[in-house]
Every structure is written in C-alpha cells, then in structure tokens.
Write a protein that binds this ligand. Structure first.
Ligand SMILES: [Zn+2]
Length: 232
C-alpha cells in the first residue's frame, strides 16, 4: 500500500520537475540570445528599443488571417459624437474629393450619388478645394479601431456646421486581410458623409449610421432623420 502511494506521488512530482527544468532551459536560452544580440548589435544605445520593437511583433505573428477578418467584421466605423441638432444652414454642401486612391474615390462618388438620390441632402462635387465645405480624403491609422472619421467644425453659438474633414482609413479598408468588400467601403463613405450632414450613430434599427460593421447602406430611417434635422 505504501509503495502504491509513493508511486502515485512520484508521477505529479515528476511532471512538475519536467516543467520546471523546461522553463529553466527557456530562461537560460533567452538570456543567452539577448546577450548574443547585444554583442552583435551595431548600435548599443538602440538595443533596448530594438528588442521591444521585436517583442511587439510577436502577437501579430500569432494573429491569423481569420482573426483579422473577424476583427474587420466588427470594426467600428468611428467614435463620432456631436451635439444633437448640429447641421448646415441648408441641406446642401460642396465636397472636394482629395483622396487619390481609385477605390476610395469611387466609393466617395457612389456614396455622394446615393445620398443625393434620397432627396434629403444634396452634395455637389467641386474641383476647387478652397471652395469646398467638406474635404473627403483618406489616411492610414493603425492606432485607431475605426474604419473612418469625420472631423466636424461647428459654430457653438448657432449649432451650424462650418467645415468637415472626412477620412477613410486605408489601413483597414484597403487591406484585404480585413475582408472589406467594395460595398462595405461605400457604406463606410456613406456613414462618414452622414456625420458630415449632421447625423449621429443609430444602433437601434437598420441604419447606415450603425456604429460598427458598415453592413447597411442608406435606410429609410436615415432619410427620415436627415429630413427631420433640416425641417426647421
Ligand atoms: Zn460614425
């Protein structure tokens, strides 16, 4: 009986010993590798930042395409919030398309056509940047979780919008790993232009102003919201 207990206790102890010696080996190897890297590093001052930048790459190494696609499905359109009722003086604005990427230019043009077709707001595309109320451009920003952004300048006294910079984020929209279709890119452009019109997010029903995903184009509720905003 005693013999049996001894054997039973021996097994977990053996496992712990194996794990511990494995960890020790890894530790020793890590120290050796770091030491070696330090010795061969041409610029000793940059050594620590080099190491930390290499370490930062490790998580992305394990991130599979599948995870990026999953992330792209849930990616926020943006984190836009402004005061209810902010709008242009009339339901029209001049847009200068500054983006030079053909996919994004086409997306902006489609989005503008789609908004104009609703009759609730009218965008005019202008070729003179200085004459524009809205600048439609792009940027590449990996630090944000947003596929686009609308930076709105509003007169705080009158609640009238005076200028908007709309930016589509190429980092997500044009990286096929995130799985954006042309349709969803157009929805993203429609969404940002929706902010430029004066709309806030709407997650309570099917809406182009849903805060993430860009799965809906302009919906009847969105048109009604614009008409209501400009009715007074
Ligand atoms: Zn938004």
């Amino acid at each position: 009986m005693k013999q049996l207990f001894k054997i039973l206790f021996l097994i977990p102890r053996l496992i712990v010993n194996i794990i511990w010696s494995f960890l020790k080996t890894i530790l020793v190897f890590t120290i050796l590798i770091l030491l070696l890297l330090f010795l061969i590093s041409p610029n000793k001052d940059n050594f620590t930042s080099d190491i930390s930048s290499q370490l930062r790459k490790i998580p992305s190494f394990f991130k599979s395409d599948l995870n990026l696609k999953e992330m792209g499905r849930k990616l926020a359109t943006d984190s836009y919030q402004h005061q209810e009722g902010n709008r242009w003086e009339t339901n029209s604005a001049k847009v200068y398309i500054a983006s030079t990427n053909s996919t994004l230019k086409e997306a902006y043009q489609s989005a503008i056509e789609n908004w104009n077709a609703t009759g609730s707001f009218h965008f005019t595309i202008v070729s003179d940047q200085a004459a524009a109320n809205i600048i439609a451009t792009d940027h590449s920003d990996s630090q944000t979780q947003a596929a686009g952004v609308a930076e709105t300048q509003t007169n705080a006294l009158t609640n009238r919008i005076s200028h908007v910079d709309v930016k589509l984020n190429t980092y997500y929209l044009l990286n096929e790993q995130y799985g954006y279709t042309q349709e969803r890119i157009i929805h993203t452009a429609e969404h940002e232009l929706g902010h430029a019109i004066g709309l806030n997010h709407n997650d309570s029903e099917a809406s182009v102003m849903e805060s993430s995903g860009s799965y809906h184009g302009i919906q009847p509720d969105d048109i009604a919201a614009v008409k209501k905003l400009y009715s007074s």
